[in-house]
Design a protein around this ligand. Structure first.
Ligand code: COA
Length: 185
């Protein structure tokens, strides 16, 4: 893992109708902490417990390292037109995609002030074709806590299909969703 101050995710900007995704760079850590340290945001993520600062920093740094290794793509999401990286008014959230063995897992975290406006469905729909191209041999998947209705609906809106229950990383029950390759585009 690189520890240079210029570390950043390689890759292109991502655009949907109302959002622009800018590849994550090291300086975005504080933006990530705004979400990772908000118990409302993490309530239905992983084990649902509030995150410590150390856990959030490690998650961010791990993601950045995976980006640099070519096994992840992370974007910071801003409302269009995004004037610059520093404008907090435009900040919407993070879209994270990570390759694990034969599947690329998608996750999305939005600031609560931007929930329920269709942003997540919109940008997930936009990123899926890119994931099929970038990781052609991997299944594009999402794992969602059983009771996380917004996420289930978001993935359904983006063309994912439920693929049954799994045991999550924390021993919880999650639903695996898969995006069929033939419906990408
Ligand atoms: C989950 C999350 C990304 C959804 O983002 P969003 O922009 O609010 O979602 P959308 O507005 O695109 O809505 C997606 C669907 O969920 C529904 N929805 C939105 N908020 C909801 C809620 N609180 N309860 C139930 N359904 C909800 C919408 O109606 C929509 O369904 P529809 O297409 O059938 O109408 C957002 O709530 C979030 O960032 N949560 C915290 C982090 C998190 O849990 N991430 C997902 C981990 S798997």
């Amino acid at each position: 893992m690189s520890s240079s101050s210029s570390a950043q995710c390689p890759g292109d900007e991502l655009k949907s109708a109302r959002l622009i995704g800018v590849p994550v760079r090291e300086g975005d850590q504080n933006l990530f902490l705004r979400l990772g340290l908000d118990p409302q945001v993490t309530a239905l993520v992983g084990d649902g417990t509030p995150w410590s600062r150390e856990r959030a920093v490690n998650r961010f740094r791990g993601g950045l390292a995976a980006c640099e290794e070519g096994t992840a793509m992370w974007w910071v999401l801003y409302q269009r037109p995004a004037t610059n990286h520093e404008n907090l008014d435009d900040f919407v959230g993070f879209l994270v995609t990570e390759l694990n063995d034969d599947e690329v897992e998608l996750g999305i975290w939005l600031a609560p002030s931007h929930w329920s406006q269709g942003y997540a469905s919109e940008v997930v729909h936009s990123v899926v074709p890119l994931l099929h191209i970038r990781f052609p041999d991997a299944q594009v998947v999402g794992y969602v806590a059983e009771r996380h209705h917004a996420s289930h609906r978001m993935l359904a809106a983006a063309g994912f299909r439920p693929d049954g229950q799994r045991t999550g990383r924390y021993g919880d029950t999650v639903i695996r969703h898969v995006h069929p390759r033939h419906s990408a585009g």
